[in-house]
Ligand binder design. Structure first.
Ligand SMILES: [Zn+2]
Length: 371
């Protein structure tokens, strides 16, 4: 076992500055993050966790690192045998996934780093084993991580169907009407109480049961509670898979385990499909349906929302020409004139384009199919 190195990440890529509250220990973490004590509040989680485990399990050496996973290069990741991730965003997962796939060199088996990814959301969780380029990857199943559809304002304003719609009504419409210039503060308990009361009234009008104070707080603060027992189950699964891969004592998970604990306990294991048109591990360009009359600008905007792309700052080019290049500023200026043009004026039906995005180290290949 001494030759096995594993790295465990908890950083969120969306965070701009290091040492933001999630990277350091907060008093509210102590109820569920059992490696930390009150005297650790304010210290970096990675360092305290490493010290705790080293003290508890003699002979183990852990090197903590506090920072963004994107700040490390391929050489850094090359030193590990297995990578175990407990990331809290899809962006971070896509980044490590594409970086590890980009590192694979067919002539060097050591360049292939198994990736074990665990994640939880309330009572639900999942763990998966990815052999970059050989098995299905995060990007193959990107559509499972589609951005949550926002409830249309008209539903909220006219015909609420769920208790959450009543809370959104109180939050987005009623608060403004009643309090005019007073900005809503989701940390102010009086404000939350008012929202709860207004939402409850509305839910009674429409005979929708289920509005609670906790739900009101959750909706307005956009909270998904972290549940210690779900985290423990997923952590146990991920570490078991790391152990199996490291020792070959048992076959490892192929390839996806989902856990649902909302009602009782349910787990399901399946082999997630590797997609031939996966932009990271496939050989074919991924099809993307477009209206040829759409402007390049609105197409670019839609790439952030589309489940099959989710690229926020894309630059696009065909084999022959650059359609739009975001950086550097000179190139942006040169290609800006394409933004108002219709797609049919720039590309042909079925044409392949390459999209780069500063959030990823690789290019994504898409095939534009006209509707
Ligand atoms: Zn893939």
């Amino acid at each position: 076992m001494s030759s096995i190195w594993a790295s465990y990440f908890t950083q969120n890529t969306l965070r701009v500055a290091p040492n933001t509250p999630t990277d350091t220990i907060d008093i509210s973490n102590l109820n569920r993050q059992f490696l930390f004590r009150e005297s650790d509040v304010g210290k970096p989680k990675a360092e305290v966790a490493a010290a705790f485990v080293e003290k508890r399990v003699k002979g183990v050496k852990i090197t903590p690192y506090v920072g963004k996973i994107q700040d490390k290069d391929e050489d850094y990741y090359m030193q590990f045998k297995i990578i175990v991730c407990g990331l809290d965003s899809i962006e971070a997962r896509r980044w490590i996934n594409s970086t590890l796939a980009g590192m694979v060199d067919a002539d060097d088996p050591e360049s292939l780093k198994p990736l074990i990814d665990g994640g939880t959301e309330g009572f639900k969780g999942q763990s998966r084993v990815i052999l970059p380029t050989l098995t299905s990857c995060i990007e193959c199943q990107l559509d499972m991580h589609a951005p949550r559809a926002a409830v249309p304002l008209c539903t909220i304003a006219t015909i609420p169907r769920q208790p959450q719609h009543c809370i959104e009504w109180a939050h987005q419409i009623a608060w403004q009407e009643k309090w005019k210039d007073e900005p809503f503060d989701s940390d102010n308990m009086e404000h939350i109480s008012w929202i709860y009361g207004a939402a409850l009234e509305r839910s009674k009008q429409f005979s929708i049961p289920g509005v609670t104070f906790q739900m009101a707080q959750g909706v307005v603060k956009n909270i998904i509670p972290a549940i210690a027992s779900t985290n423990a189950i997923i952590a146990a699964s991920a570490t078991s898979e790391a152990f199996k891969i490291a020792t070959s004592c048992n076959p490892y998970l192929e390839s996806y385990m989902m856990y649902a604990g909302e009602e009782g306990v349910y787990t399901y294991t399946f082999n997630a499909e590797q997609k031939p048109d996966c932009p990271v591990c496939g050989n074919l360009a991924r099809k993307i349906e477009v209206d040829p009359e759409t402007s390049l600008e609105s197409f670019i905007e839609s790439l952030g929302e589309r489940a099959e792309a989710q690229l926020k700052k894309p630059s696009l080019r065909t084999e022959e020409k650059t359609l739009y290049q975001r950086f550097p500023p000179q190139l942006e200026e040169q290609t800006r004139c394409n933004l108002p043009l219709k797609l049919r004026e720039l590309v042909s039906d079925g044409q392949e384009i390459a999209i780069s995005d500063p959030a990823f180290a690789i290019d994504f290949r898409y095939k534009l199919v006209f509707k």
